[in-house]
Design a protein around this ligand. Sequence first.
Ligand code: FES
Ligand code: FES
Length: 158
Amino acid sequence: MILRFQVNATDVELDVLPMARLLDVLREDLRLTGSKEGCGEGECGACTVLIDGRAVNSCLVPVFQVAGAKVETVEGLASGLHGHERLHPVQAAFLEHGAAQCGICTPGFLVAAAELLAHTPHPTRLEVREALAGNLCRCTGYQKIVDAVANALGRQGS
Ligand code: FES
Ligand code: FES
């Protein structure tokens, strides 16, 4: 099928199998390899992207479901032109707090956190933990990730 949708504010048109996984189409057809595959079963959140502003596990989404939708991946979080990229606040906070180690989980956490901050700019630590409950990390122990997201916009959560 010919599928039209938007990825990171760019219109795309692709010839795809309707039941192909969105994760594979992003990584293989569009070369957006920021979204990672961990479990492939909807359990780890490494493949998290936004569809029309809502965080989803792209390993579980048949690509036909994004027809006409706006998909945002970790590659779309930073903004800027001509090599002067400006990190999304949550990316800057991850750097500042040392919230990434091996990095496999990091894109999924960043996307899920960006969704949270879009509607809750100053989340409490509990709100951060709840928003990130679907994302697993084997390295960091979560403390630094929660610290980073709770402080991403410059305010200590309670
Ligand atoms: S790879 Fe999609 S949830 Fe784990
Ligand atoms: S940093 Fe390694 S799994 Fe999270």
